[in-house]
Write a protein that binds this ligand. Structure first.
Ligand SMILES: [Zn+2]
Ligand SMILES: [Zn+2]
Length: 475
């Protein structure tokens, strides 16, 4: 298999499209080599390298009805179609993006607006921006490139730096292929597989690990050795003696220390230039939730129902992929051993939802959401320590980190399933499980929270001013 050219993450405004909406859009635009049109309505969010637009809905313009022969150009969106979508953008506080396709036969991997396109933006967008009070703009795409012209309500006009298509492979479409220098010799052996653009991709990514126990400790080690440039580590727990066999490089003296500090120590050993944010709070704390919304990827290695709920919420509301790792070693009070398995679940926006899969228990969630003192005072059944072994954590962590790695540098076969992986070490089985999807889910669907992001563009601007993300990458 030839390596596909990878674009490392770009700095600036980006648009993220979840897998379901992209397949709807792509099969409409690229079906016959002709030019077609659609509108994307998008939520707003802050991101690790700039503001993000989150595709929340795609409305296809039917040829001859919504997309018609224009008076000045080749084809254009019909005025009624534009009005209907613009009003929806206004009413739902969403960005409005008119999309059409070009072919890239002449300059493979590159795309740009034609003079006709730009003239129509200049004629139409000032009024549309005024009507909607939202960001409006145009997007032109090919299967390998995308360019966007964004008109902000404050009068500024900016170019879209990249369009991120989520799936088993993360595809970054740019106006033209990115140029990258050779990676440092330190990374030579893995650059042979990833290419220098792939290695640079890891350096630019911001990844969160929720839960720094057995599985989270190994994930952190793997991510840092892989070259991920920035980590957010979230856990409010401290090391006790029974944790020592499962924490990477832990020493007897570490008992009583914060688990995030142990993980941070390992991360710095692997990469002294690592950018680290340590949050010693539970995942439902607003600091943890705010930090999660600005990541490129989340590893969920904590097993509480509230951790599952909040990470799941961020996946769908903010279009941030996540991987959940779980290890089950059922040992009964009579010593009987049940079916041991490790699970690695891929959560992509609009696909792979822990609510739809009935993996969040509302009663447990309600209990988890109480402050610790209240949980104890209410005399909930105290948690019995479960069996835990480092080798099984390693199986789940390895599966999860490999999936992330292949996704980031587009090495998955294009038809690979975005399914959960279940290892059953006693029978040596490896099973793929496709997640369930409920059309009425209020978390992972377009009628629910999918791609909602922050409430408004104003909210995003306020967040920017509060400098929630001080660690912007230099361009
Ligand atoms: Zn065009
Ligand atoms: Zn759902």
């Amino acid at each position: 298999m030839a390596r596909i050219a990878v674009n490392p993450p770009a700095v600036g405004w980006s648009l993220t499209i979840p897998p379901g909406l992209w397949s709807t859009l792509a099969s409409h635009l690229f079906r016959d080599g002709e030019e077609h049109g659609a509108v994307i309505l998008a939520g707003y969010a802050d991101g690790p390298r700039g503001p993000r637009l989150l595709a929340r809905d795609v409305i296809l313009a039917e040829d001859g009805v919504g997309y018609v022969e224009g008076t000045t150009g080749y084809r254009a969106l019909d005025a009624t179609f534009v009005r209907d979508q613009a009003l929806r953008a206004r009413d739902e506080n969403l960005a409005y993006l008119a999309v059409h396709n070009h072919d890239d036969m002449l300059y493979p991997g590159s795309v740009g607006f034609s003079p006709t396109d730009l003239a129509s933006h200049e004629r139409g967008y000032p009024a549309l921006r005024q009507i909607t009070g939202q960001l409006v703009g145009g997007l032109v795409v090919t299967p390998r490139a995308a360019a966007g012209d964004l008109w902000l309500p404050d009068g500024t006009r900016v170019a879209l730096a990249e369009t991120v298509v989520l799936g088993n492979n993360i595809i970054r479409l740019r106006p033209r292929p990115a140029e990258t220098a050779d990676a440092d010799q330190h990374w030579h052996r893995q650059s042979l597989l990833f290419g220098s653009a792939g290695q640079l991709t890891f350096t630019r990514l911001r990844v969160a690990v929720v839960g720094l126990g057995g599985a989270g400790s190994i994930i952190t080690e793997l991510l840092t050795r892989l070259g991920v440039g920035e980590l957010i580590l979230i856990d409010d727990d401290r090391v006790d003696k029974t944790n020592l066999p499962r924490l990477v490089a832990a020493e007897p003296d570490d008992v009583g220390k914060r688990k995030i500090d142990l993980a941070a120590r390992n991360a710095r050993r692997a990469n002294p230039a690592m950018r680290l944010t340590l949050i010693d709070k539970r995942v439902e704390h607003p600091d943890s939730r705010a930090a999660l919304t600005t990541c490129d990827w989340i590893f969920l290695a904590a097993d509480s129902h509230s951790a599952r709920h909040w990470v799941n919420q961020v996946v769908h509301q903010y279009h941030i992929p996540a991987t959940q790792l779980g290890v089950k070693i059922p040992v009964g009070v009579d010593g009987r051993i049940g079916d041991i398995h490790t699970a690695t679940r891929i959560l992509l926006p609009g696909a792979g939802c822990l609510w739809c899969d009935e993996l969040i228990n509302p009663t447990q969630l309600a209990i988890d959401m109480h402050p610790q003192g209240e949980r104890e005072a209410a005399q909930y059944v105290p948690e019995v320590p479960a069996a835990s072994v480092i080798t099984l954590n390693t199986l789940a962590a390895g599966e999860a980190a490999n999936h992330f790695m292949f996704a980031a540098v587009r090495l998955h076969h294009h038809n690979a399933e975005a399914a959960s992986v279940l290892h059953q070490p006693q029978s040596r089985d490896r099973l793929l499980q496709t997640g369930r999807q409920s059309a009425s889910c209020r978390f992972c669907t377009t009628t629910g929270d999918l791609g909602k992001g922050d409430d408004t563009l104003d909210g995003l601007v306020q967040r920017e001013q509060k400098e929630l993300t001080p660690n912007r990458l230099p361009i």
